[in-house]
Design a protein around this ligand. Structure first.
Ligand SMILES: [Zn+2]
Length: 495
């Protein structure tokens, strides 16, 4: 039987239940007392089909499993008993509409496919150096100026000298959030601060340390101009964006970025020096820690929990009461120490979970075999602090929906399997067969997965992938170089 994710416990019995039409009648019941919130039991016997869930959400997952079973059989169901619940509460996928924009309809197609494999957290990267995609009322220039760049020059092959201008209206974002909620997916907006904020500085140059005019970026990268931490106006704008985003995004988590924020400008800025001294902080990494804590505290007053990229741990003063950390690239063991002291960690390790990396680097099998609880240095407390995993699809090199589905599918099926089952897996050959089976289902959902030759990432098979989309896609060598540079230069130094 082909099911993704694999249920925790499944007993196939002899006999079949026959029914007319597409779907059988289903008896549904919520039983809070002895099932976890997302847990469910599915029984098919001579009496028919019964789904019991720990909540409405659990019932929903039972229904998905039923739909998947029906892909295997038509007009009848085998007698079966399934008792299932996920290993991880946090089973995430991330879309980046800042670098390259996705329409509401495209986002919905991805959501449909992710819900079908029981992913439950949609992290929406909405602001970055190359685009501010949120319709902002109180500071309208964030949208008017921040949503437009004059060109797109993410690689030698993509060098387009025309304006790229997109944003989501509040009504569109509400529609996306409702669409997710109908599928029991929580939406986590990301407002990336204090780095990756060129678009904010383009709209309001007074928010930078220098006050100089600047344009939204047309290339990928890490940029030195970031929000000035010593300017009270910075906090005012941050809180205003959060206020307006919280009107739309009503779920628990809110991502505030914190990654790739060089301190070059802060070190040269009188206001930042003054702020650091006033707070009695030892260095500018601590100043960033302070900034993240302030914002997390503000989010707490709105009933939210902040998420920060693990770069924000550099100051050593990130407050764990209001914040969980998402680990994308480990250095100096800080994320592991964070988890080992019982603080919440979401694992989104670039290897194997980044979808903008080629299959040659992050193959289907590598993702399938990944066990976040086995990260190097993790103690038992640390393993128990892992909230789950998330797989980001950064879009500097993923230009459109076709490229997105090619890179994310079927790899997100392996992400879903790992997120739901943890280390409890049945074996890759079986998963491979099941993945092949679901490629047809994905096609029916208007999602075109990568062809099977590519999944293994073997060099001779990965070449067609590179040819198909041109040299513009990240090459395995460029990814390896990137990781080396990141480790040595960005994270090695202790500014
Ligand atoms: Zn400053």
């Amino acid at each position: 039987m082909h099911l993704i994710p694999t249920p925790r416990k499944m007993e196939l019995k002899s006999g079949f239940y026959y029914f007319d039409g597409e779907m059988p009648d289903v008896k549904k019941e919520v039983k809070k007392s002895f099932l976890t919130e997302e847990g469910y039991r599915l029984t098919v016997d001579s009496d028919g089909v019964c789904i019991e869930g720990g909540s409405e959400k659990g019932v929903f997952y039972g229904e998905i499993t039923l739909k998947q079973i029906l892909n295997n059989y038509r007009g009848m169901l085998p007698y079966i008993y399934i008792s299932d619940e996920p290993e991880f509460d946090y089973r995430g996928f991330m879309l980046d509409s800042a670098r390259h924009f996705l329409t509401v309809e495209e986002v919905k197609k991805v959501i449909d496919a992710c819900a079908y494999f029981k992913l439950n957290k949609f992290h929406f990267h909405l602001t970055d150096d190359q685009g501010f995609r949120f319709e902002m009322k109180e500071y309208p220039l964030l949208t008017e100026v921040g949503s437009k760049r004059r060109a797109s020059e993410f690689s030698a092959e993509e060098s387009v000298r025309e304006e790229y201008a997109h944003y989501y209206t509040k009504a569109e974002l509400k529609e996306i959030v409702e669409y997710c909620h109908e599928r029991y997916i929580e939406v986590i907006p990301e407002f990336d601060i204090p780095g990756h904020t060129t678009t904010l500085l383009a709209a309001y140059p007074e928010l930078s340390c220098t006050g100089e005019e600047i344009e939204p970026q047309t290339k990928g990268g890490v940029f030195e101009d970031i929000l000035c931490a010593g300017n009270p106006e910075t906090m005012k704008v941050i809180y205003a964006v959060i206020d307006e985003m919280c009107e739309i995004f009503t779920d628990k988590y809110f991502h505030i970025g914190g990654d790739e924020a060089p301190k070059t400008r802060w070190i040269e800025c009188e206001k930042c020096h003054k702020k650091k001294a006033e707070l009695g902080l030892r260095n500018f990494q601590e100043l960033q820690g302070w900034l993240m804590n302030e914002v997390a505290e503000y989010l707490k007053t709105k009933g939210k929990k902040a998420i920060c990229w693990n770069d924000a741990l550099k100051g050593g003063n990130l407050d764990s009461t209001n914040t969980v950390v998402s680990l994308w690239l480990e250095r100096n063991n800080r994320s592991i120490e964070w988890a080992n002291s019982g603080k919440g960690l979401i694992v989104e390790s670039n290897v194997p979970l980044y979808m903008d990396y080629p299959y040659a680097v992050n193959s289907l099998e590598k993702i399938y075999k990944f066990n976040p609880k086995k990260l190097k240095g993790l103690t038992e407390v640390g393993a128990n602090s892992i909230l789950g995993i998330e797989s980001p699809a950064w879009s500097e090199h993923i230009r459109d929906f076709t490229e997105l589905t090619y890179m994310c599918f079927p790899r997100w099926l392996a992400v879903a399997e790992t997120a739901w089952t943890g280390g409890n897996k049945k074996g890759f050959p079986q998963f491979l067969e099941t993945t092949r089976f679901y490629c047809d289902v994905l096609t029916e959902m208007k999602i075109t997965p990568a062809e099977r030759d590519v999944w293994s990432g073997a060099p001779q098979k990965a070449v067609p992938q590179l040819l198909k989309y041109g040299k513009r896609m990240l090459s395995p060598e460029s990814v390896i170089d990137f990781i080396k540079v990141q480790k040595n230069e960005l994270f090695g130094g202790g500014k």
